[in-house]
Design a protein around this ligand. Structure first.
Ligand code: ACO
Length: 318
C-alpha cells in the first residue's frame, strides 16, 4: 500500500503589510489596535497588490515547496488549489498556477471549502496518492480575501489577510514511509449554517455572524480533533505540533488548552498574517518547517473550520 509523504512546504506573503493602526487610518474605521489585538491576537496582515491573483501567490509558495522537496515542477502529476478567492470562475486557479509553473502534464483543479479548504484538499490528494492515481501532488491554499471584504464593516475587515501556502506530497511504499506521511483526514460539513459566514451576492462581499462562528468553532474543532486522534489510536501527548487554522488567537488558545499542549507546541501566525483562510495552515506549516520547529518524525495535527459550515482535521507525521 502507498502512503503520501510530505516532501516539502512553502509559503508566500505579499509585500504590503498593514498594521492595525494603518488599516484603521486607510479605511477610516472606528476601531483600535487594542480592540483588535485583545479580541483576535491580530497585529497586522499582508495585502496583495492590484492584479496579484491567487494563482500568483500560490505559484510562489509552490516554488518554495518544490525546492524544499528537491523536485522540479516537471515531476508534479496533479495540483489541487483550495481557495475561496479564485482568479476566475474558470479556468480553475489550479490550472492557472500549473501554467505559471510551466507544467504541461497531469491534472489540476480547485476545491472550495472556505477556511477548511486546505484540509479538504489535503484529504483529496492523500486519497489520490493512496489510490495510485498520482505519485507527486502539489496541495496549495491561496487567498486574496482583501478582494471580498467589505472595508466599511469593522466587524469583519480587520480579521483577514492575503497569502498562500503549499505542500508537496510524494507517494512512498510502506517500507520507505514507515510511520511517516499523512495518517488520516476527517471532513465534515453542515450547510444549515451557511448564513453565519458567507459571501453575499455576485460579485459579493463577506458577511459573518462572529459570535455564532466562534461558538461553532470551539465545539466542532474539539470534536474533530478527538475523532482524528481516536482513528489513529493516538493521544494528545503524541502530538508534537498543533497547526491550527489561523482565525483568532482565542480559538487557537482554547484548542491548545483543550489538548493540554503548552503554547510552545502550537504554531501561531495569526498575529502577523491575520486570517488567510485556506492558506493559513500551509503558511504556518511552511514557517515552522523553515525555522526548524517541525522536524522529520514530528506528529502534526491540523484543524480548521470555515464557511459552509465546513470543518476538518488531518494528522501527518513529517
Ligand atoms: N473595532 C471596534 N469595535 C468593534 C469591531 C472593531 N474592529 N468590530 C466589532 N466591534 C464592536 C461591535 O460593533 C459591537 O459593538 P456594539 O456592542 O456597540 O454593537 C462590539 O464590538 C461587540 O461585537 P461582537 O461582534 O459581539 O464582538 P466579539 O467579542 O464577538 O468579537 C469577533 C468579534 C472578534 C469577530 C469574534 O466574534 C470572533 O472572533 N469570532 C470568531 C470569528 C472568526 O474567527 N471567524 C473566522 C473563523 S472562520 C473562518 O476562518 C472562515
Amino acid at each position: 500500500t502507498l502512503r503520501a509523504l510530505i516532501a516539502g512546504t512553502g509559503g508566500y506573503l505579499p509585500e504590503t503589510v498593514l498594521d492595525n493602526d494603518a488599516l484603521a487610518a486607510r479605511y477610516g474605521l472606528d476601531t483600535s489596535d487594542a480592540w483588535i489585538q485583545e479580541r483576535t491576537g491580530i497585529r497586522q496582515r499582508h495585502l496583495a497588490a492590484p492584479g496579484q491573483m491567487a494563482s500568483d501567490l500560490g505559484a510562489a509558495a509552490s516554488r518554495e515547496a518544490l525546492a524544499q522537496a528537491g523536485l522540479d515542477a516537471g515531476s508534479v502529476d496533479g495540483i489541487i488549489v483550495a481557495t475561496a478567492t479564485p482568479d476566475a470562475v474558470f479556468p480553475s486557479t489550479a490550472a492557472r498556477l500549473q501554467a505559471k509553473l510551466g507544467i504541461t502534464r497531469g491534472f489540476a483543479f480547485d476545491v472550495a471549502a472556505a477556511c477548511t479548504g486546505f484540509v479538504y484538499a489535503l484529504s483529496v490528494a492523500d486519497a489520490m496518492i493512496r489510490a495510485g492515481q498520482a505519485r507527486c501532488m502539489l496541495v496549495v491554499g491561496s487567498e486574496v480575501f482583501s478582494r471580498i471584504l467589505d472595508w466599511s464593516d469593522r466587524g469583519t475587515c480587520v480579521l483577514f489577510g492575503d497569502g498562500a501556502g503549499a505542500v508537496v506530497l510524494r507517494a512512498a511504499d510502506e517500507a520507505e514511509a514507515g510511520d511517516r506521511g499523512v495518517l488520516s483526514c476527517h471532513l465534515h460539513a453542515d450547510g444549515r449554517h451557511a448564513d453565519i459566514l458567507q459571501v453575499e451576492g455576485t460579485p459579493g462581499l463577506l458577511r459573518m455572524a462572529g459570535r455564532d462562528v466562534f461558538r461553532h468553532a470551539v465545539s466542532k474543532l474539539a470534536s474533530v480533533v478527538d475523532e482524528a486522534l481516536a482513528a489513529n489510536g493516538l493521544a494528545t501527548g503524541d502530538v508534537a505540533w498543533l497547526v491550527p487554522h489561523q482565525a483568532n488567537l482565542r480559538i487557537i488558545d482554547a484548542m491548545g488548552r483543550k489538548l493540554g499542549l503548552p503554547p510552545e507546541r502550537v504554531v501561531v501566525a495569526v498575529d502577523r498574517h491575520a486570517n488567510t483562510s485556506a492558506a493559513s495552515i500551509p503558511l504556518a506549516l511552511a514557517e515552522a518547517a523553515r525555522d526548524g520547529r517541525i522536524n522529520r518524525g514530528d506528529l502534526v495535527l491540523m484543524e480548521a473550520i470555515g464557511g459552509g459550515l465546513t470543518w476538518g482535521a488531518a494528522l501527518a507525521r513529517f
